[in-house]
Design a protein around this ligand. Structure first.
Ligand SMILES: Cc1cc2nc3c(=O)[nH]c(=O)nc-3n(C[C@H](O)[C@H](O)[C@H](O)COP(=O)(O)OP(=O)(O)OC[C@H]3O[C@@H](n4cnc5c(N)ncnc54)[C@H](O)[C@@H]3O)c2cc1C
Length: 512
């Protein structure tokens, strides 16, 4: 509740106390000491200073679309709503080659505040004839939120969204403001230092690779400079196939012809085999089309019936009820859903096609595990492992998946804590309808099984990673680089959180 009488010494923007924060799905809840809504870089500095002087933690949240505890804080929670502006990029601060991109540039740099939602970013880009080169299947998250957890789409030539970042402006411990870029960064160091003598420009690959996917632990991101492309159009097709066929098509890992043939290739499969032993798959391909193809093709939406059914308020209730009463019908329902999603053609502006649409609004949660596709047949074994785990849990406890399982393909990145660090990766998303009985336990069984195949869980999705037994060090070879930068940006521990303690990024002290 707002308390106007409660004047702060430094930050004097809106403050609420005794108010619960919950993520969008409602499976993560916490009562932070305060919630604040800053609008300026200076206010972010004041908030960090205030937290440090009080000895409490601070963490920025995005739109709360992580299903994991990654955004929780018991100290000061920084809401994104005051930091949603499109910023006019000051090109006089850039190196000469970036100052004037020209009308026909393939890459354009744009700058936005951290809390802008992907939907607003897309609208802003479209208004300027620009677009994200790729995106995830949803647009409700904030820019800082997707970057911080290495959110991704599908397409083996495309890294996660964090790879679009060219410069990151962040408020670190002691309220220090950093502009962090790769060693060949876009900023003209002399011009920047002359303009902002009180800020630190760091152009260093180790710093950049660590800070971008910072999972909220590196500080409060104020703004980001992103590399985007000219506006474009995309055609989507969805057809049915079977795992035995797809298995052959994916046998060559990231060099598989099918991944090169389609710019964006992904699939959804039913983990419960048919009577003939086949696993049903729905293949989705997306490819850029020319503006004239777009103009001549008028199939501007997916199945209207499916979109309406997904948005109909009773749909999730009926699905949940059916699965609770007769869990054994889940394999049939998943099979029907795959068939209903078949769609010969859908053409639209890129971001509308990348967004999977109304399915995002069905109450659900998911875990997502990345398995390398450049290490022999680990990715194929992973799918077969999932089928085995699903069968075992059904046999032993009558537990069922309530949705199909998605496979997406993402290019390797350098970001130290990205799930795609160092490897082209197949991301396996295990989605559960919100009230699935035993759903979290089933996800955990898959997570544990996939560790054996070098699986790395998505930071923003349900996971049970812990800092014990050096698990994260083994999973992420550049964890040491990440921690080195983390210890500098978070020198006072002000960005520690329940999540950072769980995974061992920060630890409680014990003087015995
Ligand atoms: C319906 C739905 C669809 C999804 N689709 C995909 C998908 O297609 N691909 C995929 O990879 N993931 C997907 N996700 C997961 C989602 O993209 C990530 O969990 C993402 O991080 C959520 O962003 P957010 O803005 O909601 O941030 P939050 O969940 O609120 O926070 C995520 C992290 O970002 C940090 N953070 C946020 N803002 C700041 C800031 N200003 N400074 C510092 N740290 C900050 C938080 O501290 C936290 O650590 C989906 C989730 C949902 C609910």
């Amino acid at each position: 509740m707002s308390d106007p009488a409660n004047k702060r010494a430094h930050y004097d923007g809106p403050v609420t106390e005794r108010e619960r924060w919950r993520n969008d799905t409602g499976n993560q809840r916490i009562y932070p000491l305060r919630q604040v809504t800053p609008t300026t870089l200076d206010q972010l500095r004041e908030i960090v200073g205030e937290a440090e002087s009080e000895g409490i933690a601070v963490r920025a949240v995005g739109s709360g679309h992580s299903w994991s505890d990654v955004a929780l804080t018991d100290g000061i929670l920084v809401r994104p709503d005051g930091l949603t502006e499109w910023l006019e990029l000051d090109r006089t601060l850039l190196r000469a080659e970036h100052r004037d991109p020209g009308e026909d540039a393939e890459v354009t740099l744009v700058q936005v505040q951290a809390g802008m939602k992907i939907a607003e970013l897309n609208a802003n880009l479209q208004a300027r004839g620009l677009a994200l080169p790729n995106m995830g299947g949803f647009d409700g998250q904030t820019v800082a939120g997707v970057v911080s957890t290495s959110t991704h789409g599908s397409g083996i030539a495309f890294g996660p969204l964090s790879d679009l970042v060219r410069s990151l402006e962040i408020v670190a411990a002691k309220g220090a403001v950093y502009r962090i870029e790769s060693s060949d960064g876009i900023t003209d160091a002399a011009a920047y230092r002359a303009r902002h003598p009180d800020r630190q420009l760091v152009q260093d690959d180790d710093w950049f690779d660590a800070a971008v996917v910072g999972v909220g632990c590196m500080g409060l991101i104020y703004s980001l400079i992103l590399a985007v492309r000219p506006l474009f159009y995309v055609r989507e097709k969805r057809c049915l196939s079977t795992w035995s066929r797809v298995r052959d098509e994916l046998a060559q890992g990231s060099a598989s012809p099918v991944l090169a043939e389609y710019a964006h290739y992904e699939l959804l499969f039913n983990p419960y085999p048919r009577k003939d032993g086949e696993i049903e798959c729905l293949i989705t391909t997306r490819e850029p089309v020319s503006p004239s193809e777009y103009r001549h093709d008028h199939r501007r939406s997916r199945s209207l019936l499916m979109e309406l059914a997904a948005r109909f308020p009773l749909t999730p209730i009926l699905i949940d009820l059916a699965i609770r009463l007769w869990p054994q019908i889940s394999p049939f329902l998943i099979s029907r859903a795959l068939k209903a999603l078949v769609n010969p053609d859908y053409v639209n502006i890129s971001y509308r096609v990348f967004n999977i649409g109304a399915a995002n609004y069905l109450p659900a949660y998911s875990a997502e595990i990345g398995v390398p596709i450049d290490e022999g047949d680990l990715h194929l074994k992973a799918v077969e492992k999932i089928v085995d785990v699903a069968a075992e849990r059904r046999r032993l406890g009558g537990v069922y998946h309530s949705c199909g399982i998605s496979l997406r393909f993402v290019k390797a990145t350098r970001s130290c804590l990205s799930m795609m660090e160092g490897h082209d990766t197949m991301m396996i998303e295990l989605i559960m309808s919100k009230h699935t009985i035993g759903g979290y336990e089933l996800l955990n069984a898959h997570e544990q099984a996939l560790y054996e195949l070098h699986g790395r869980p998505h930071w923003g999705q349900v996971n049970t990673l812990t800092g014990s037994h050096g698990l994260i060090q083994k999973m992420y070879p550049r964890y040491g680089d990440w921690q080195r930068i983390h210890e500098q940006l978070n020198a006072s521990g002000v960005f520690d959180s329940p999540f950072s303690k769980r995974v061992g990024f920060s630890s409680a002290t014990f003087d015995g």
